[in-house]
Design a binder for this molecule. Structure first.
Ligand SMILES: NC(=O)c1ccc[n+]([C@@H]2O[C@H](COP(=O)([O-])OP(=O)(O)OC[C@H]3O[C@@H](n4cnc5c(N)ncnc54)[C@H](OP(=O)(O)O)[C@@H]3O)[C@@H](O)[C@H]2O)c1
Length: 245
């Protein structure tokens, strides 16, 4: 039997948000090691944590760092322009920037600003960034958008209203991006973990940190996703580190 082996881009130009630390940081490090060109957007005054920081020099040809804040459209525009100027293309976006707030359903009036922040950082920002990079993404037939959603984008736990609301909306956005991009060869993946061992989960004490999903393992999943052909890219990856009954 003869199998058809489709081509997959070997060296990608990847925009990554949230790479200063946590999951995005691990993904950026892994993709650099895999030989991709990465463009990181971080907030002013933020330092890149861990080993990735040491690689800035070592991988200078394949790594660029720009100022980016999820709350600023202007910075998003500048970052995309700068990346195109340097790399000539953007074929992959990995959305990792995100915030957590414990806003409950019966929130206090003083918490309204948190709801607004969740909406802007977790939903509107990835929407805007993908929208302005869209023409570059669809100019080749193998683009990828990977979004760190959460299991909170699939089920609502207890009274955690604000964060879940933002992640359900993000999941819906992922579905629409998939629909819009499909015929252009763009594939979207929504990654939906439970707890991941990063700063975001540092106050969680219902599970040991070592039993949480590790950011390096999510990086490994991303590395794999972007090497898969269009016919095999999973749309959704749910990851449980603990059994939810
Ligand atoms: N950790 C978990 O248990 C877990 C589980 C499921 C899903 N997720 C999702 O996975 C994604 C990454 O989470 P994480 O665990 O890596 O979180 P993290 O360790 O708290 O890191 C968050 C990242 O987002 C960036 N960020 C926050 N606000 C920003 C803004 N306004 N503009 C630009 N960047 C901003 C942070 O930059 P600074 O360093 O400048 O603050 C940091 O790089 C998030 O969307 C999160 O909701 C996490």
């Amino acid at each position: 039997m003869e199998f058809y082996k489709s081509e997959v881009l070997e060296m990608r130009s990847v925009l990554i948000t949230g790479a200063s630390r946590g999951i995005g940081n691990s993904i950026a490090k892994r993709l650099l090691e895999d030989g991709h060109r990465i463009s990181i957007g971080i907030r002013k005054g933020t330092t890149i944590k861990g080993e990735l920081n040491k690689k800035v020099e070592m991988y200078s040809k394949n790594m660029m760092v720009s100022e980016y804040d999820s709350l600023s459209k202007k910075l998003a525009d500048k970052w995309v322009d700068k990346t195109i100027k340097n790399y000539g293309s953007i074929d992959t976006i990995i959305h990792c920037a995100g915030i957590f707030r414990g806003t409950k359903f019966l929130y206090e009036e003083s918490e309204e600003a948190d709801i607004e922040q969740l909406w802007r950082v977790n939903v509107l920002a990835p929407w805007y960034l993908t929208r302005i990079a869209w023409k570059y993404l669809i100019s080749n037939k193998e683009s990828r958008v990977i979004t760190l959603v959460s299991l909170s984008g699939k089920r609502s736990k207890g009274n955690l209203a604000g964060y879940s609301m933002s992640k359900f909306a993000l999941m819906s956005l992922c579905q629409t991006m998939r629909n819009e991009g499909w015929n252009h060869g763009l594939r979207v993946t929504a990654i939906c973990p439970s707890w991941v061992n990063t700063d975001m989960a540092k106050n969680i004490n219902t599970i040991n940190k070592s039993e949480m999903t590790q950011p390096e393992d999510i990086a490994s999943i991303c590395s794999n996703i972007i090497s898969l052909p269009n016919s095999c890219v999973p749309f959704e990856i749910s990851i449980n580190c603990n059994l939810e009954k």
